[in-house]
Write a new protein. Structure first.
Lengths: 310, 295
């Protein structure tokens, strides 16, 4: 963060006043948007009712947490959040590296640009539109899969939005479809940073492309993989609300395989009006998230301090 | 050896072609559905080669869908205003932070950082925006929560200023008697066009694609919906469009060819992104790389 290579002409004393004034609007936004809600976590210890409002609702200690952890929901949503994240990390990393190596193998050509553009495109779309696309494939009456693919195979229709067993695969697939291209760019940049002469030397020594990939490229990518993985682990209690809310179309039949902490918090707050439980789940997530991100960062700092977040 | 290399290249080309095709196919499917005649769509389902074409959905949107045109205009205005304000807040906070001798720099920097580590969660921020600031069912609901500045962009911007704006230039401007605001305007901004473009594009995309603020905060006033929220509501509730049209004295309700129109709206919501994409791809890729590892 603080390594500045330029020779620094020492100023006598910067007048900080005007500068602080310039920074003020941003600081105020940060205080409102990010800091006031941090203090709002006390809602998790209240029996909230809209009638009485934030301040006058009575305290109820750890009741919200007790109720939350007595339900099956707490276990299901935590399990789902963690398992999906693990799947995204493992499959996503393999896919992204493979794409990056392939793109790199094609060199700097128009075709590479074209492939990259196409692979990045899904990342520009909102989850709402992606949900439309998934729906176009999966809806039971007129969806492409039931109507064209399964019909051609002579198989029975599947009510996709009712069958929870398919959803881990569908959600992982959709997440990969949206993010693999994006992630591959980071790895492509890392590969581009590898000294070309290493490959040339290996080539002269008769190493095949495959050998070069396994002996040079992959080992050289190790630091990037470790750091990106640790950062993803730091967010393991958080899920992409759009993926888990939009893509399964908020279908109740699918909750046991699609519910994550974020969708639970949303549903508690907006659909079930269970503000206390929702706040408790949110605080549970924020605290665990904080602990794990700080630990992950400590690990990153040990491995490669340049890439540590703080 | 040569054949080995060649076969590897062919293999790579085939796989990447397939993946690229995979990436864009769903867009085609939705597009094709939007130009398929409604009865065909109901009878044959979604198909990549529609048997009967029809531009009815687009005509409907253009001539009688004032719900959709309004939503489109709202999305455009929110994106424009939001991106502008976001860039203002981000650059104005990043510039002072790029100065090592700023008083209180470390405290402010930590404040910015800490928001990336811990957050109060949806419930308390929802309560704050609705109970204290009363932005529910107002235009501000789409604009202000969460999207107006993000700590990560502040850090990226600050790092750019530190590494790319020569201190001697700032000194010279100061000696000429320029105020900090003038320096920011005349020296810093012109030198920071690439990073401002990159961040601005990411922010603009976030506003364009946002549906969460509308979902959380626009409960009664659905006429403030942007295009993403209209889509979101419609997919769960086919009736939405007809009731909206009826309440606003629009086209005859109840006889709407829903699927085709819904798909057409998805297409027009996506179209600007796809049209602008080739021109900004470079900045976009750069943004990913800058943000990637340090993310």
């Amino acid at each position: 963060m603080s390594d500045m290579k330029k020779s620094k002409v020492k100023t006598k004393y910067a007048k900080s006043g005007p500068l602080l004034l310039i920074a003020a609007p941003g600081i105020i936004y940060l205080l409102i948007n990010n800091y006031i809600p941090m203090f709002g976590i006390f809602l998790a210890f209240k029996k909230f009712s809209y009638k009485k409002g934030v301040w006058k609702s009575p305290w109820n200690g750890f009741d919200n947490f007790k109720f939350l952890f007595q339900t099956k929901d707490a276990f299901i949503m935590t399990r789902n959040t963690i398992l999906y994240n693990l799947a995204f990390i493992v499959i996503g990393t393999i896919l992204a590296i493979t794409i990056a190596i392939f793109l790199n193998a094609l060199g700097d050509s128009i075709r590479t640009k074209f492939f990259q553009s196409a692979l990045l495109l899904p990342n520009l779309m909102s989850w709402v539109i992606i949900a439309y696309m998934v729906y176009a494939f999966l809806n039971s009456d007129s969806g492409f899969i039931n109507n064209t693919i399964l019909k051609a195979l002579g198989k029975e229709d599947i009510a996709w939005y009712m069958e929870k067993k398919y959803w881990p695969f569908i959600l992982i697939f959709v997440q990969m479809w949206k993010n693999a291209g994006y992630q591959s760019i980071i790895y492509l940049a890392a590969i581009a940073g590898i000294d070309k002469s290493v490959f040339e030397a290996a080539s002269l020594d008769g190493a095949s492309k495959l050998q070069q990939i396994f002996r040079i490229t992959l080992p050289m990518l190790k630091p990037t993989v470790i750091i990106l993985t640790l950062m993803a682990v730091g967010r393991i209690f958080f899920s992409d609300f759009g993926l888990f809310y939009q893509v399964p179309m908020n279908s109740g039949a699918l909750y046991s395989t699609t519910q994550t902490i974020d969708t639970y918090v949303y549903r508690g707050l907006m659909e079930l009006n269970d503000v206390g439980m929702s706040a408790a789940a949110g605080l549970f997530q924020s605290l665990l998230g904080f602990i794990i991100v700080v630990s992950a960062n400590a690990l990153v700092r040990k491995i490669d301090s340049d890439n540590a977040l703080f | 050896m040569i054949t080995n290399k060649k076969s590897f290249k062919i293999f790579v080309n085939v796989i990447l072609s397939l993946l690229a095709l995979f990436s864009v196919l769903p867009i085609f499917l939705v597009f094709m559905a939007s130009i398929t005649e409604e009865q065909t769509l109901i009878l044959n389902g979604y198909s990549f080669v529609p048997q009967v074409f029809s531009l009815y959905a687009y005509k409907y949107i253009l001539f009688s869908g004032n719900v959709i045109l309004r939503a489109y205009l709202i999305t455009i205005s929110v994106t424009a205003i939001g991106t502008f304000v976001n860039l203002f807040l981000t650059t104005f906070l990043a510039y002072p932070l790029s100065k090592k001798d700023l008083k209180g720099r470390n405290i402010i920097l930590f404040m910015v950082f800490f928001t990336m580590l811990f957050n109060g969660g949806l419930v308390s921020s929802y309560m704050m925006w609705t109970q204290i600031f009363h932005i529910r069912d107002t235009y501000f609901a789409l604009l202000v929560p969460n999207l107006m500045m993000n700590a990560f962009n502040v850090i990226i911007m600050k790092n750019f200023f530190v590494n790319n704006i020569p201190e001697s230039l700032l000194e010279a401007a100061k000696l000429d008697g320029a105020t900090e605001l003038q320096i920011l305007n005349k020296v810093v901004f012109p030198l920071s066009k690439p990073i401002i473009a990159t961040v601005g594009m990411m922010v603009g995309l976030a506003y364009w694609n946002d549906w969460q603020n509308g979902l959380y905060f626009l409960l009664m006033k659905t006429n403030l919906y942007g295009i993403q929220n209209v889509l979101n509501t419609m997919i769960n509730n086919v009736q939405f469009l007809s009731t909206q049209a009826a309440s606003q004295g629009g086209a005859a309700a109840g006889s709407l060819p829903s699927t085709g129109i819904r798909m057409a709206i998805a297409v027009i919501a996506l179209a600007p992104v796809i049209i602008i994409y080739p021109f900004v791809q470079k900045a976009f890729v750069k943004g990913i790389v800058v943000g990637g590892v340090k993310g």
